[in-house]
Design a protein around this ligand. Structure first.
Ligand code: IMP
Length: 205
């Protein structure tokens, strides 16, 4: 079976991505079988640039198909912050609680439409030589509430209200997030491309 590696070390993001592609007839793996995989520096300054760095560097190093993903939360009223640096908004990579505290502080004076926000996920597929085969993007629009609600999801989810449900991703069941999230939308676009380019191309391991 053809192997496809999801090039992420973020356990919660990884779980969502594996679930989104899990039914494809592929040997889907995370980086666990590759303890020596390079640590990719996210230095591109854009979601698509960082996703491309992850996919291409890992595919080249491991000699397998790789999906790289970069994502974050954007608040137009904060000029797009936390943006491409969402994971280290408050200074320490992946410090969700501190990131949420900082977002609440920065938005304390914002009301109504100024509290609009969207998540963005960019996924890049690279072939085993490290060549980019496809790049897709998904967005999910919502509002930032003024205090945490719920404990589900990860990152900014307890603050991200989904207007259709009037509940945050922290409160909603994981199945709902898996249907409508930025990552779900990006991977829905990626799926037919994987079917065509990876599964239709049996020549490459
Ligand atoms: P990355 O690992 O560099 O792509 O950083 C992603 C960061 O964006 C995470 O650490 C979160 O802060 C934020 N983020 C991305 N997707 C989500 C999500 O689905 N829920 C909550 N936060 C997210």
């Amino acid at each position: 079976m053809i192997r496809l590696v999801i090039g992420s070390r973020n356990k919660k993001k990884l779980k969502e991505m594996v679930e989104l592609l899990g039914d494809l007839p592929l040997e889907l793996r995370d980086l666990t079988p590759y303890p020596d995989a390079p640590e990719v520096e996210e230095t591109a300054g854009s979601f698509v640039g960082n996703a491309t760095l992850k996919a291409t560097q890992l595919a080249k190093a491991l000699g397998v198909w790789v999906v790289g993903e970069d994502s974050g939360l954007c608040v137009p009223a904060l000029d797009g912050a936390p943006g491409v640096d969402s994971a280290l908004y408050a200074g320490t990579h992946g410090a969700d609680e501190a990131n949420n505290d900082k977002l609440l502080r920065e938005m304390a004076r914002l009301t109504g439409d100024e509290r609009a926000a969207y998540y963005i996920s960019t996924a890049v597929l690279a072939d085993p030589t490290g060549k980019v085969i496809a790049s897709v993007e998904g967005r999910c629009h919502g509002m930032i509430v003024s205090e945490r609600r719920g404990t589900g999801g990860f990152g900014y989810d307890p603050l991200f209200l989904v207007p259709e449900y009037v509940q945050t991703f922290g409160e909603l069941p994981p199945e709902v997030k898996q249907r409508m999230s930025h990552r779900a939308k990006a991977f829905k676009k990626l799926r037919p491309i994987i079917e065509r380019e990876v599964l239709g191309n049996k020549g490459q391991a």
